[in-house]
Ligand binder design. Structure first.
Ligand code: SF4
Ligand code: SF4
Length: 554
């Protein structure tokens, strides 16, 4: 195996990358190799779909499969090797279908179909053992000696950005929102990867195109979530348990949470959110369920301790899953793209079995002291008080906005984000989203001009909300987003964050600080391009970064 797609990749003096029997996330070499093969076959599907589309023929089921397949390979999503063998066979059949679609379309247009090579011609074996023997053909760095390190890094940026786009687009799709332009861009990017493009400028242009597609995906997801469940409103959420039977729901999929709330209605079971499911409490149609009782625990990296102590079943609806421990392995369930060998998977959105498990488990035996936090400052809520915000800026009450958000992780260096939020001057307003907020969202930041100083905008999936707010504020002040008194301090961990970064760059947002480390797949030359063209910079020391941000805006 070789994988360097996430922030926690193994790093040593020789370089970065998880290459042993297991990655730092617990992904074993078998699963990692099979994931590479799956994506390689998907590149072949993309080769045909891209050409078919140019001739006016499309296959939406094939596009949907690609979204799901890519989502399963994100960090901390699916660790079930057998599932990947199954999906590789499916991908191979879909590729045959895409080939026929393309060839028929070509002939109908009076053209001779091209004979494609590379992933389009790769013949995946029919057993896990034989597939593993083919893994070197699909490895991420397979042609590094030919392509060169910069091209390999830029191709990795596309591959991992694609994973993020696919995850967002899949989330939107399950709630009925799809954008054909996203599928067209995904197919184009897959074709580019398949033909071993090595021109770095061309590859970086493609990465920015993916950033634009990701903006569409995030817009679609926002439309999907708010269309299904209403626009988030500021909401006080209990973060301590109450007596009674309990289910814990983690991940990002609001549709699954809704199905769980329906399956447990009037059964005397309390449903708690964990991690990135916290923002669910702010959606009107979800918080209308009185048994959506509160939020339990913190970010994903604490789950092994917190899940062990939770007295009921746990459902992982999307990332971020880490190895289920014996103390709760028998009461954890996965859904959607998530998987772990031996853990029960719910494929049909029927969560009755989880309700039964909750009835059979003890639940909380007593109330904990009440403690609440306020969330739900999505774009509508913030823009609803835009006049207040604008007045506060004009009067000098708000000097600066900091967006401190993104993924959390266990690696050292992430206290930076806690320090940053805590050290931000009292006349600054802090926007946050993603599970990075758990580093400070229970701190008391006080208020500014009648507004809480900390505004929780939602999941990492809600970065769209932050972009809309920034764009509208810029319009109100008659300036560009880069001229706003706004600094973005992004914490990244996995590939959705890579996609969001590409979106920021594609929209021309400059001077984003990212950390706690820069992506390992970016070579020094690629970093130089990001620094020169977009002002991207690594995080440093919180106090100095705050001072530099305020000085830049002054
Ligand atoms: S996902 Fe991250 S931690 Fe896991 S194997 Fe890949 S780089 Fe390593
Ligand atoms: S913000 Fe990133 S790290 Fe956190 S739960 Fe979501 S995907 Fe995982």
């Amino acid at each position: 195996m070789f994988c360097y797609q996430c922030e926690q990749t193994y790093r040593s003096d020789e370089g970065a990358g998880c290459a042993g029997a297991k990655g730092m996330c617990g992904k074993d070499a078998t699963t990692a190799d099979l994931q590479d093969i799956l994506l390689y076959v998907c590149e072949g599907v993309g080769q045909y779909l891209h050409r078919a589309r140019l001739l006016g023929a499309t296959d939406i089921e094939a596009d949907r499969f690609i979204l799901f397949a890519f989502f399963t390979t994100l960090t901390n999503v699916n660790f079930n090797a057998a599932k990947f063998v199954e999906m590789i066979q499916q991908a191979s059949q879909i590729r045959d279908r895409a080939k026929a679609l393309y060839e028929d379309a070509a002939r109908a247009a009076g053209k001779t179909p091209e004979t494609l090579s590379g992933p389009a011609a790769f013949a995946p074996a029919d057993t896990m053992a034989k597939l593993l023997a083919q893994a070197s053909e699909a490895a991420v760095r397979k042609d590094a000696a030919i392509l060169g390190e910069d091209a390999v890094g830029a191709r990795a940026l596309i591959l991992y950005g694609l994973k993020g786009v696919c995850a967002y687009a899949h989330h939107a799709r399950v709630l009925g929102e799809e954008r054909d332009a996203i599928y067209a861009t995904v197919e184009h990017a897959l074709d580019m990867l398949a033909r071993e493009e090595r021109d770095v400028a061309t590859l970086l242009d493609e990465a920015l195109a993916l950033g634009r597609a990701n903006f569409l995906a995030m817009e679609a997801l926002d439309a999907a979530n708010t269309g299904a469940f209403g626009a988030p409103t500021p909401t006080s959420v209990r973060v301590t348990p109450i007596k009674g039977k309990a289910i814990l729901v983690s991940g990002h999929d609001l549709k699954d949470l809704h199905a769980i709330l329906e399956a447990t209605k009037d059964k005397g079971i309390n449903v708690y959110t964990h991690g990135e499911m916290l923002p669910a409490h702010s959606y009107p149609k979800l918080k209308a369920y009185p048994h959506l009782a509160g939020n339990y625990g913190g970010a994903w990296q604490d789950q092994q301790k917190e899940f062990a102590e939770f007295p009921g079943p746990i459902v992982m609806t999307s990332n971020c899953l880490i190895e289920p421990q014996p103390r709760y392995r028998g009461r954890i369930f996965t859904a959607g793209p998530v998987g772990w060998a031996g853990v029960r998977h719910i494929a049909d959105e029927n969560f009755a079995i989880v309700a039964q498990a909750a009835q059979a488990l003890p639940g909380f035996t007593e109330d904990a002291p009440e403690h609440t936090i306020t969330i739900g400052f999505g774009r509508e809520a913030v823009l609803g008080v835009a006049d207040k915000v604008i007045d506060a800026v004009k009067s000098g009450a708000i000097r600066h906005f900091f967006l401190v958000g993104g993924c959390d992780g266990a690696a050292p260096g992430r206290n930076y984000y806690t320090d940053f939020a805590d050290e931000a001057p009292k006349d600054t307003l802090i926007l946050t989203l993603g599970c990075g907020k758990y580093r400070f969202n229970k701190h008391d930041f006080g208020t500014i001009g009648g507004l809480p100083r900390l505004l929780d905008m939602g999941q990492c999936n809600d970065a769209y909300s932050a972009l809309v707010v920034a764009t509208k504020l810029a319009e109100a002040f008659g300036v560009g987003v880069n001229e706003l008194p706004l600094s973005l301090i992004v914490s990244w961990f996995e590939q959705k964050a890579a996609a969001v970064l590409l979106t920021l760059l594609a929209l021309g947002v400059r001077n984003v600080r990212i950390g706690p480390t820069l992506p390992a797949f970016l070579t020094p030359a690629l970093v130089d391009v990001l620094v020169e063209k977009f002002g991207v910079q690594p995080v440093g020391d919180a106090k100095s970064d705050i001072a530099a941000s305020l000085a830049r805006a002054a």
